[in-house]
Ligand binder design. Structure first.
Ligand code: HPA
Length: 256
């Protein structure tokens, strides 16, 4: 069963025919909210809003370990992460959808591993390719079947937030090779990897990154609402198509 983690703009999944909700207790504390279970196009799916149902949990306060553990516990076979981002690469315009293929991690102080309990053997997961190739392909195929343009590939820079970046930081990220910038991609992706869960992201460009394009003189989040709302409609359609034609990927099955 695929799990969808929704971000800003996607706090509910209207196409999910809800069967039940479950509050999950985890060894890592509370997830962001109850997991919603149901079906999309006859296929089972589950949904969790990363920032909580009232959109009250800031990116650095999200309990990523509890979220991932809860989805894994409920037998998720893969994770589609939806998140809005700022566009750094000059061809990335607000409203566009990107399926990234790499990550730069600038976050700090977040609980970013399951392998740290006393007595737990030191474990180094391979993270050369942080996103699952098959899930990425399925996102792109679903979008293609609906003639929804998506950009395949991009380096996602994960920042600490909740503040937005300075123009100089964005210049630095670009020199490092980043194409897009967001606040929630890490440690979510690596925790999924530690659990053996295939993970891929659908990123919506909400704005030009700080100092770029229409954000040359600042980022005004209020004016981004309509961009996100419209793009979220396309993201929902992609998810419906993907889950509805699901060939349910198998988890690699590491148990934590
Ligand atoms: N920076 C970081 N996170 C974001 C942005 C941004 O410009 N836009 C949406 N999420």
């Amino acid at each position: 069963m695929l799990a969808i983690i929704g971000g800003s703009g996607l706090t509910t999944l209207s196409s999910l025919d809800v069967s039940h909700r479950e509050v999950v207790r985890t060894p890592y504390g509370e997830p962001s909210g109850a997991i919603v279970f149901g079906q999309i196009g006859g296929q089972p799916a589950m949904f969790l809003p990363r920032h909580g149902y009232g959109h009250t949990i800031a990116p650095h306060m999200v309990n990523y370990r509890a979220n991932l553990w809860a989805l894994h516990h409920h037998k998720a076979t893969g994770i589609i992460s939806v998140a809005s981002v700022g566009g750094i690469r000059s061809d990335l315009q607000p409203g566009e959808i990107v399926v990234p293929n790499q990550i730069l991690d600038y976050t700090w102080g977040r609980k970013s591993t399951f392998f740290e309990a006393t007595g737990t053997p030191v474990t180094h997961v391979d993270f050369t390719e942080p996103y699952d190739a098959d899930l990425r392909r399925r996102i792109v195929e679903a979008a293609g079947a609906l003639s929804i343009p998506v950009k395949l590939g991009g380096v996602y820079a994960a920042t600490q937030g909740p503040r937005l970046e300075t123009a100089a930081e964005i210049n630095r990220f670009e020199r490092d090779g980043a194409d897009l910038v967001g606040m929630t991609g890490m440690p979510e992706a690596v925790l999924a990897r530690e659990l053996g869960l295939p993970y891929a992201a659908i990123n919506v460009i909400a704005n030009h990154a700080a100092g770029r394009g229409s954000s040359a003189n600042g980022i005004h989040f209020d004016s981004l609402e309509h961009v996100l709302q419209e793009a979220t409609g396309r993201v929902r359609a992609i998810i419906e198509r993907l889950v509805g034609s699901s060939d349910n990927c198998q988890p690699m099955g590491l148990s934590v």
